[in-house]
Design a protein around this ligand. Structure first.
Ligand code: GLV
Ligand code: GLV
Length: 336
């Protein structure tokens, strides 16, 4: 029998069809929030799965899917996967690094500028029929030129955000557990600082780090207290990196000027205190939702699956595998 692939959500049929020569494919026709039991049933007889961020796959799921060889994640962040458990079971995992960085960086700037220039607030006011003439001093926003952009997490997305800052005439500082190579620092015109300096100096602070046990509440009450009261916080990374309750309190008390948030703790539920604030620009986790990025992400997931089973241009070498050590352990890479 041919290996079986499950695609957990509707994506782009023309791209998923590239699996057809090698696999029996079951693609979900609708967006469904699967319970853990439903998920276990879906993946039980699969050799490969392409999943999104709402499918959580760990030791329990893998134990019930004895044939599973790869989990291809439709996202660059993979906090929905227990990578250690997958690796221990010899199951490959891949993400979509490279397919969405530029789109997410564009969106980050849209949110940063939107919060700085109060676009969401002003639009709500206009739509509410309140525009009967504007006073000269209404809607005063914050200019970015000459100000300092801080980036926490200098991976591919952080770097893409930094590169764009040159055009806006900003200074860029960043903090990352490890400094990026000097050539890259000069290319991005970004200077490494410790986290305390990042918090104290940034006029705009962009979060672009993965959610891990260590980065949970990396921005909590203590960190917010060290930020400038004129600063703007931008989270396009993951809910849970920011303590949303502490953020809402800081914003309500004027200890922070504004925030732009694409991700939330407990998504799709948003902390009601945030919803009450005017100085927060909110979006429903759409930073990678451009047509190009979502098609690119789908292509990358398909490429990883095809490659793991020894087919296509990357045969045997899934391009964005997260645990390449499973390849060395597994043989053969080609199904008979
Ligand atoms: C992708 O961003 C997803 O929502 O799974
Ligand atoms: C989206 O949130 C992603 O991680 O790609």
């Amino acid at each position: 029998a041919r290996p079986r692939v499950w695609v957990s959500r509707p994506t782009f049929p023309d791209i998923v069809a590239r699996l057809d020569p090698y696999f029996d494919v079951v693609a979900e026709p609708r967006e469904v929030m699967f319970s853990p039991a439903e998920l276990a049933t879906k993946i039980a007889d699969c050799d490969a799965v392409i999943v999104g961020l709402k499918e959580r796959i760990g030791a329990a799921e893998v134990a019930k899917a004895p044939r599973l060889r790869i989990v291809a994640n439709l996202g660059v962040g993979y906090d929905n996967l227990d990578l250690a458990a997958l690796t221990a079971a010899g199951v490959a995992a891949s993400n979509t690094a490279g397919a969405l960085d530029e789109s997410v960086a564009d969106f980050t700037w849209a949110m940063l500028l939107g919060a700085a220039r109060r676009i969401g607030e002003a639009e709500r006011w206009l739509r509410a029929g309140q525009w009967h003439g504007t006073r000269f001093t209404d809607w005063l926003g914050i200019d970015v030129r000459g100000r300092t952009l801080g980036i926490l997490g200098m991976g591919r997305i952080g770097q893409a955000v930094a590169r764009r800052a040159v055009g806006f005439g900003m200074q860029v500082i960043y903090h990352n557990r490890s400094r990026v190579p000097q050539a890259l620092e000069s290319e991005c015109r970004a200077r490494w600082v410790d986290k305390d300096e990042l918090l104290r100096t940034s006029d705009f602070l962009v979060l672009a780090l993965p959610l891990t046990p260590e980065s949970r509440h990396a921005i909590g009450a203590a960190e917010l207290a060290r930020m400038k009261p004129t600063a703007v916080l931008v989270n396009i990374a993951r809910g849970g990196i920011v303590d949303d309750a502490a953020l809402a309190e800081a914003l309500a008390q004027g200890r922070l000027a504004a925030a732009a948030l694409d991700v939330f703790e407990g998504e799709p539920v948003v902390n009601p205190k945030l919803l009450e604030l005017d100085n927060v620009l909110l979006s429903p986790h759409i930073a990678s939702a451009s047509l190009d990025a979502r098609r690119g992400m789908t292509t990358m997931a398909v490429d990883n699956v095809v490659a793991l089973f020894g087919h296509g241009p990357h045969a045997g070498h899934p391009p964005t595998i997260l645990n390449p050590e499973v390849l060395a352990a597994a043989s053969p890479t080609t199904h008979p």
